[in-house]
Design a protein around this ligand. Structure first.
Ligand SMILES: Cc1ncc(COP(=O)(O)O)c(C=O)c1O
Length: 415
């Protein structure tokens, strides 16, 4: 489908499902541009949560009573729905529900990395990794004696793929790469990186926290061995994340957490693990959150992921253009018109990002300021912090205009 064939979103209608967007602070209607941190939740997902607690609420896998059976079926089916959403043909067996992307990273780092890595192994990351992946692999490297290496980020915010080819070699055991950078907005060539890794018998972990909510994703087309994302960034609830893993890899891996539900047989001497994915879901899992995440997948598919991607790209392009027109604003990541996710990080020359964010808050414009959990990348950019505006299905060009007006006001205050 060409870009011009893509039907625009009916944003006004979409906004009706989000009462929070009607909130006003000191007479100003909120402009919510902090979606890369957490998106708002549409009524139908909120209703799913409320209905679950009103009508069903029971523990799963254990009870023989009707409520438990209903909860179990809905919770198990939610795994299949999520699998379908990201193109995992192994269905529920390849989908582990975790707390968030961070826990999904830790699960693989501990369950696979701690057992498989040694001093001769290398873990290849990128300079734009989120701390969820960077800190986790760094710590596993310290525990196992493995070495972390980082693929260079170039001036234009893209990865240096020649450097990637140099770094990934026969000592590489894992390539862990962010799909869409939460700071630069760069869309990384994850499928190409997977090919490079597989040529050297290394595995690939893709951090999809900023891609699954915003664009069509097919984990099998990418050929990711592991893939992680969070429910709260895709119109779903907090408290749920997803780890996709190729079935044979999850089968070979030891559990990460031990306890109830993840076992098949227990004696005083030893235990046998449950089938996938329950082997990795110890204790009472995020039942309601899982069911609500499946509803969020339905919601996003009803809108259409291509349309969502197109909408966000247009808003991001417009924001980059308008901010760059300001003269004293430095925008990070790929230039206007280049492939980027629906977010823009920037700095205004005379205003610290934290001051900017709190002044924007006075105009009810909600953005993020800080290092966005990419401290080493900010060090490389030569700044301690940046401001970030990130978009979702309910944002409009008028809201980008409000952002830019509020940036102007802030600049005048500091002039
Ligand atoms: C690219 C990326 N990876 C990982 C994470 C961590 O997500 P969570 O806090 O849901 O674990 C985030 C969250 O901002 C992110 O943007």
């Amino acid at each position: 489908m060409s870009q011009t064939d893509i039907e625009p979103l009916d944003v006004e209608r979409i906004r009706e499902e989000y009462p929070v967007l009607q909130r006003e602070f000191d007479g100003e209607q909120v402009v919510y541009l902090d979606n890369a941190a957490t998106t708002q939740t549409p009524d139908r997902v909120v209703d799913t949560i409320a209905d679950y607690y009103r009508q069903t609420n029971a523990n799963v896998h254990r009870g023989l009573h009707q409520l438990s059976q209903e909860a179990s079926i809905a919770y198990e089916d939610a795994h299949d729905r999520v699998a379908e959403f990201i193109g995992a043909s192994g269905e529920r067996e390849e989908i582990v529900f975790t707390k968030n992307t961070t826990e999904s990273e830790n699960l693989v780092a501990y369950a696979w990395g701690l057992n498989e890595l040694g001093p001769e192994d290398e873990i290849v990351l990128t300079e734009m990794e989120h701390h969820a992946s960077l800190v986790t692999w760094q710590q596993i490297a310290k525990k196992t004696g493995a070495t972390c290496r980082y693929i260079r980020v170039q001036e234009d915010g893209t990865l240096d793929m020649d450097h990637a080819r140099e770094l990934v070699g026969d000592d590489t055991a894992m390539v862990s790469v962010v799909h869409v950078s939460n700071t630069l907005g760069t869309v990384n060539p994850v499928s190409e990186l997977a090919d490079i890794a597989h040529d050297h018998d290394a595995y690939v972990f893709v951090d999809g926290a900023q891609s699954v909510p915003n664009r069509p994703v097919d984990v099998e087309a990418i050929d990711a061995d592991f893939f992680a994302f969070s429910g709260h960034k895709m119109a779903g609830p907090t408290g749920i994340g997803v780890l996709y893993g190729k079935k044979h890899l999850l089968e070979e891996m030891e559990p990460y957490l031990y306890g109830g539900s993840m076992i098949k047989k227990v004696t005083y001497e030893d235990s046998k693990w449950n089938d996938l994915p329950w082997k990795f879901e110890a204790g009472t899992p995020p039942i309601c959150q899982g069911i609500a995440l499946a509803e969020a997948c339905d919601y996003l598919d009803d809108i259409g992921m291509e349309r969502i991607q197109h909408h966000e790209e247009q808003l991001a392009d417009y924001a980059v253009e308008r901010l760059e027109d300001e003269g004293d604003v430095e925008v990070y990541g790929p230039p206007a018109g280049e492939k980027r996710g629906g977010l823009v990080s920037f700095n205004v020359e005379s205003v610290h990002a934290h001051d900017l964010s709190s002044i924007l808050n006075d105009s009810a414009v909600a953005i993020r300021a800080g290092d966005h959990c990419t401290q080493p990348l900010h060090d490389k950019l030569g700044v301690a912090a940046s401001a970030r505006a990130s978009f979702y299905v309910y944002n409009t060009r008028e809201e980008v205009d409000k952002l830019v007006e509020a940036v102007d006001d802030a600049r005048q205050l500091f002039a």
